[in-house]
Write a protein that binds this ligand. Structure first.
Ligand SMILES: C[S@@+](CC[C@H](N)C(=O)[O-])C[C@H]1O[C@@H](n2cnc3c(N)ncnc32)[C@H](O)[C@@H]1O
Length: 441
């Protein structure tokens, strides 16, 4: 459209410009316009006027910039929770991983709600509306739920997993900088929990090491997994550690997947359990059907299904990591109808699509819980799922745009989106988790 065509001279990397920040984009950056050109600007807040330095101007239609000072600050601006990521530092020296740390916690959640609503509108064809008599702005403000305890701690000290990197030249340890792979030496990790803060080798010199994973299980000793340069394995990654979700124990490999927020396993367990309970109440859940927990990890969400459906539940967890499958078998051992399979989800689903009619019939009466990695399930898996046509799909998603795209495919194939919740389990970052329930019409 003519009004969106850049009218000014091309921007140059390093140029300093003033921007009126108008919105939030997916990925933790805000949106502004400069002489008709879209500028994605980091470390700003919608509503602010900021001075920003251009960091990328390769594309004709948009540029990228980073805030260097506020001209008109938002009332929601706060001193950054991490000195190492503060505006007072050069943009390239700011630590990464806390890109919303300068924003009041409540506003962080409303920005995440905007990202989800916008993604659902643009890619999913879903207009999120308020319930009757409810104000839409208020409904959206509540859409992304805070994790228990985060209001009291200002969303700090929650991470039970942290990855640090080692600078190959100097051997110093730290997080990567925001938007680059430069290691930034830091003196604190405010998002990490106390156990991690205690063992973090900040200020140490670790030549020969590439990555340092700090793991603080809820019911086990904290530990450090070292990935050496040129070696893909990490010391201690295969050790089993104990996690406690409410009063239920799980074993997980120290280097395997586990939700990083101390409350996230319980929050997602409860959310999936409650979603299944609602399907049971609506007479839509068949415990004896071909139920699946795709991208099952150590079996957390299959256990949540069982908590709602009872010990008679039949469920297969599908997970590509062998060790996680072993853990899932162990964690689900009391559930006689549970089977943990090591497979890539696409391959497993394509085998199921070849199965005899009786098996397909059981699958079509089943419920699929899926919790893919950040890239989302994607077109192929979603299309396989629509061919299997389970009665219900409970989709746990860490990428709202991937969820929205898959929502479109599912809705086009006869599924109705009947529930949507979101959880702020990554405070001070732009990430959050959503849970969407789809029912076959
Ligand atoms: C977001 S985690 C979810 C794990 C589990 N549902 C939980 O809540 O703890 C995604 C899991 O998918 C696994 N994974 C990644 N790609 C996969 C694939 N193509 N097929 C099967 N599993 C995959 C990862 O190993 C990881 O355990």
């Amino acid at each position: 459209m003519a009004t969106h065509e850049p009218t000014g001279a091309p921007l140059e990397v390093g140029a300093e410009i003033e921007l009126d920040v108008t919105g939030i984009a997916h990925g933790g950056v805000s949106v502004a316009r400069h002489e008709g050109r879209v500028v994605f600007v980091a470390d700003a807040i919608p509503g602010e006027r900021v001075r920003a330095r251009v960091t990328d101007a390769k594309k004709k239609s948009f540029a990228r910039a980073t805030t260097i000072a506020t001209v008109d600050a938002s009332p929601d601006r706060r001193p950054h929770v991490w000195d190492a990521a503060d505006l007072s530092r050069n943009p390239e020296d700011r630590a990464g991983g806390a890109e919303f740390g300068h924003i009041a916690l409540e506003r962080q959640r409303s920005l995440k709600a905007e990202v989800l609503t916008d993604a659902m509108r643009r890619f999913g064809g879903v207009e999120l509306a308020a319930d009757e008599g409810e104000d839409l702005a208020e409904a959206l403000a509540d859409l992304v739920e805070a994790a228990p305890g985060d209001e009291e701690t200002n969303g700090l000290g929650y991470r039970s997993r942290v990855r640090l990197h080692v600078d190959p030249e100097s051997g110093t340890v730290g997080p990567y900088a925001a938007r680059s792979r430069r290691v930034i030496p830091v003196t604190s990790l405010p998002l990490a929990n106390a156990d991690i803060a205690q063992i973090a080798p900040l200020g140490d010199f670790m030549p020969g090491v590439a990555t340092v994973d700090l793991v603080a299980p809820s019911a086990d000793d904290p530990r450090m997994l070292l990935g050496m340069v040129g070696d893909r394995t990490r010391t201690g990654a295969a050790d089993a550690v104990q996690e406690l979700v409410e009063d239920r124990g799980f074993i997980v490999r120290a280097g395997g997947f586990w939700q990083v927020h101390r409350e996230a396993p319980a929050l997602l367990f409860t959310a999936v359990r409650d979603a299944i309970s609602e399907l049971i109440e609506a007479g839509r859940f068949d415990p004896a059907a071909g139920n699946l927990d795709l991208y099952g990890g150590a079996g957390l969400l299959a256990a949540a299904m069982a908590e709602a459906a009872g010990p008679g539940l039949k469920v297969t967890t599908v997970e590509s990591d062998d060790a996680a499958t072993d853990d899932a078998s162990e964690n689900l051992s009391e559930l006689l109808g549970a089977l943990a399979v090591t497979a890539r989800v696409d391959r497993h689903l394509s085998e199921l699509l070849q199965a005899p009619a009786s098996v397909r019939d059981r699958l079509s009466r089943g419920t699929v819980v899926l919790d893919p990695p950040r890239s989302g399930a994607g077109g192929e898996i979603t299309s396989q799922l629509t061919q299997l046509a389970p009665a219900n799909i409970v989709y746990v998603a860490c990428d709202p745009v991937a969820l929205a795209r898959d929502t479109k495919t599912l809705r086009d194939s006869g599924y109705e989106l009947t529930g949507l919740r979101a959880f702020d389990i990554f405070p001070h970052t732009h990430h959050f988790e959503s849970l969407a329930v789809f029912e076959r019409e």
